[in-house]
Design a protein around this ligand. Structure first.
Ligand code: R5P
Length: 292
């Protein structure tokens, strides 16, 4: 197996390489003067089973183009197979046609990867697990709830309630709560299909400490709505946690202003609240899947 670090994930790939006890090829990257991407693979990949590590966090479109160039180049250079580790996969929230005529962007990306010859995609807490059976490409969706829960065990909480949003959120809350042996629930949510504004509705729950778990914090709108309701219900200690911390438009500041005491995220997206890592989860999975 040959590990290859894409331009967006050099540090992340180096951690995986360390866990696997292997070296890695670092893709050379620069921008042409007009900002187009240039990449070069400075190493031998012929007849190798290649694992490319390249996250698709912001700037998503730049990282997506780099991913396409890297996959195609690795195959063209004679790799036996190419698999992609993308801890955060962009466009997964546009997984269906919400309004007539919209692009189903995530399916377009999966089809493109498949047509290029990508064999498998490994990602973490995919936003739309229901798409996996329909995907033209094999997807391994690694779940980081256990890693988050193990981290929360060390955070000095006392019998917190775990709260999330929606059906997928309920599943996430349950997985975290089972490790911590505490209660859990999920709020109902509705997002306006045009404005993107979200409304959440949370039933009464008893407690003083709460951990909100979500797969993504993007604008922070969902998290802030929940925090406000929890404050009104008398919760005094509120932790906002997620796997993918996109935190666009100063979402972190707004979350603290709304009343969160702490913001905890993983390192699937580079961010300053990354208190736990998913690299061991990925390395262990690669070991099993690729028999290394
Ligand atoms: C919703 O389905 C997700 O679990 C997240 O709650 C949502 O994507 C977060 O987006 P934002 O931070 O913009 O509210």
């Amino acid at each position: 197996m040959k590990l290859v670090a894409g331009p967006s994930s050099i540090e992340f790939a180096s951690k995986i390489a360390k866990e696997l006890g292997t070296d890695f090829i670092k893709i050379e990257h620069k921008f042409f003067p007009d900002k187009e991407n240039y990449i070069r693979v400075p190493g031998q990949v012929k007849d190798e089973k290649v694992v490319l590590v390249q996250g698709m966090h912001p700037p998503q479109d730049v990282h997506l183009v780099q991913t396409l160039l890297a996959i195609d180049t690795l195959i063209d250079l004679g790799a036996e197979s190419v698999e992609l580790v993308s801890p955060y996969i962009a466009y997964a929230r546009q997984d269906r046609r919400f309004l007539e005529g919209e692009a189903v962007s995530f399916m377009t990306i999966l089809k493109t990867f498949h047509k290029l010859g990508l064999k498998k995609l490994y990602t973490v807490n995919i936003h739309c697990p229901w798409i996996i059976p329909e995907s033209p490409l094999a997807i391994v969706d690694l779940r980081a709830e256990n890693v988050l829960a193990k981290h929360l065990e060390k955070c000095g909480l006392s019998n917190p309630v775990i709260v999330s949003v929606g059906k997928r959120g309920l599943d996430m809350a349950r997985m975290v709560a089972e490790v911590l042996k505490v209660e859990y629930t999920a709020a109902r949510s509705e997002r306006d299909k045009v404005s993107g504004m979200v409304k959440v509705e949370l039933d009464g729950i008893p407690g003083k400490e709460v951990v909100i778990v979500d797969d993504i914090i993007s604008t922070g709108g969902t998290m802030i709505e929940l925090i406000k309701q929890l404050k009104n219900k008398g919760f005094t200690k509120i932790f906002a946690t997620c796997i993918h911390a996109l935190l666009v438009n100063n979402a972190d500041e707004k979350i603290f202003k709304a009343g969160a005491e702490r913001l905890i995220a993983s390192d699937t997206v580079p961010n300053k609240y990354a208190e736990f890592t998913v690299t061991s989860l990925i390395a262990q999975t690669l070991k099993k899947e690729l028999d290394v």
